[in-house]
Write a protein that binds this ligand. Structure first.
Ligand code: FES
Length: 97
């Protein structure tokens, strides 16, 4: 297994799994062609990029938590895709509010 990549797969969709550079930002790699995730501000403010995440990634910082409390209160598996750093293999799904 290559230690320098993380697999990002999309559950419940036809999008193929992506192999992305470890420790890079998820938002640098996802596009409308390769994923169902949409971005708006890419700075953690608008809430457009909400996703459900399965896998081990660093916990949200205070700013991300604040936005998550507004858009997905109490949903611990929901994160902002634009704020995620790839440290592990993850499975993601667009979060429908
Ligand atoms: S794109 Fe706006 S919060 Fe992520």
């Amino acid at each position: 297994m290559n230690q320098n990549t993380c697999n990002v797969s999309f559950f419940d969709t036809e999008y193929p799994t992506l192999k992305l550079e470890k420790n890079s930002q998820l938002s640098e790699h996802l596009t409308v062609q390769n994923s169902p995730v949409l971005f708006g501000c890419r700075t953690g403010i608008c809430g457009t990029c909400l996703i459900e995440v399965e896998g081990d990634i660093p916990p949200p910082n205070a700013e991300e938590l604040e936005i998550l409390e507004i858009f997905a209160p109490g949903k611990k598996q929901v994160r902002l895709a634009c704020q995620i750093k790839l440290t592990n293999n993850i499975k993601i799904k667009k979060y429908e509010t």
